[in-house]
Design a protein around this ligand. Sequence first.
Ligand code: C2E
Ligand code: CA
Ligand code: CA
Length: 414
Amino acid sequence: MAAVNHILVVDDDGVVGALVSAMARSMGLHCIVTKDAANCHRLVTPDTAVILLDLVMPGMDGIEVLRLLGEKKCEARIVLMSGMDKRVIETAKKLARTLGLPVIGHLQKPFGIEDLQTALGVLSPTESASVPDETPMIEYDDGELLEAFEHSEFVNYYQPQVSLKNGEVTGVEVLSRWVHPKRGIILPDLFIGRCESMGLIDKLCWITVEMALDDVKHFRSSSSMYPRLSLNASVYTLRDLKFPDRFMALLVRHGFPAGRIVIEITETGLIRELARTLDVLTRLRMKAIQLSIDDFGAGYAMMQQLQNIPATELKVDMSLVQNMHASDSDRVMVEKTIEMGHELGMEVIAEGVMTHEQLMLLRAMGCDAAQGFLFSRPLPASELTKWLARKDKEIDKGDWPASLPAAMDSDPLH
Ligand code: C2E
Ligand code: CA
Ligand code: CA
C-alpha cells in the first residue's frame, strides 16, 4: 500500500492554512501547510493528491509557483485560491494548463467548508485514505502517453451547438478524451498540456481531425446538412506554416466542405510568434475555414485578438455565462460581447449554458447559438447520432425550448 495521500496548502496567510487544515481533517484528509512558496515544490511527493495554491503572496507569487511546478513536471492536482477577480483566476488556470498542470478547480476567498468539499470533490474517501500502489489516480508517465498514441487510445466526444433562434443544431465541438486502459476516461485538461510539452500535440490534432471527419458522416440531421465541426487547435499547431495546405488536402480527401469547419483558438500563447500564427490563420480563412475566438472574455488580451485575428465567431467564456445572474458586470460583459461581435460581423456563441434562465437571458440578448450541459454533455459519436434523432422530433413538434430541463447538474466527468 502507498502512504496516505495528502493535501498541500501553499498560502502566506497562516489563518487560511490553519482553517483549511482543520476543514481537511474533518473530511478525513491529511494536510501539510507551508508559507514558503519558493520551496513548496520540495514538499510535493508522489503522495500529494492536491495542492491548494494561493495566487497572491509576497515574495514568490502563485503564478511563479505554477511555473516552478510546471518545470518540475508536478502531477498533483491543483486548486487555485484567491480573493481576486474570478477572471484573474481563470487566466491563471489557463496558464497552468499550458504548463501541463492539472488544475481541477478554484476557491474564491473567503470560502467555507462546502466550497472546499466541492473543490476536493474528486478526492473520494478511499482516495484520501490508503490506496493500492497499482492504482495511482491520474498520475501517468510519459511512456504511458506515448503508448496511448501507439495503441490508439484517444477518442472524440462531440458536444452539440444549438441555434438560439429555433433550437436547431448548428454544429458540434470536437473534444478529445483519452481512454486509459486502467484509469478510464481522462479529460483533456490532464493531457493536452503534456502533449504540447512532449511535442505530441500535432499528432493528436491529426488523429482527432481524421476521426471527426469519419464520424461526421453519421451526424446529418433532418436539415440534410452536415453540422459544422468545431475543432480546438493548439497554438503550437497553428504555428506550423504547412498546416493550412495539409488540412485542406485532408478535407478534400474526405469530401468535407471547408466552410463547415471552425477552428477554435484560445489566446494563450498566441502573442508569441504572432506573425507566424497570423500567416497560418489568414491562409485558413482564405480557404473558407472559419475561425472562432474561444473563451472570449476570460483573458487579458481580448481586444488585441479581435483586432488581429480574422475571426468569424466569438465564443463567450463559460465563466461569464454562468455568472450572468449573480454579477452585473458579467451580464454587461456578455451583453456587450454579443453587440460587439455582431457589429464586427461575427456570430456569437455562448458556452457552458447550464440553466433555462441563462438560455432565456442569452436569447433576449440576441446571442446566436449556445452550447452546454443544458442541451447535452459531450457524447461519443454513436450517442450523438441518437441525440440528434431525438432532437429533430422535438423541433418538429415545436417543443423547443420548453422540452429542455430547468437546469443540469455539473458532473464534470464527461
Ligand atoms: P474548451 O474548448 O473551452 O471546451 C469546453 C469545455 O467545457 C469542455 O471540457 C466541455 O466538456 C466543458 N463544458 C461544456 N459545456 C459545459 C457546461 O455546461 N458546464 C461545464 N461546467 N462545462 C461544460 P473538456 O472536454 O474537458 O475540454 C477542456 C479543454 O481541453 C477544452 O476547453 C479545450 O481547450 C481543450 N481540448 C479539448 N479537446 C481538445 C483537442 O482535441 N485539442 C486541443 N488542442 N485541445 C482540446
Ligand atoms: Ca473550444
Ligand atoms: Ca471554451
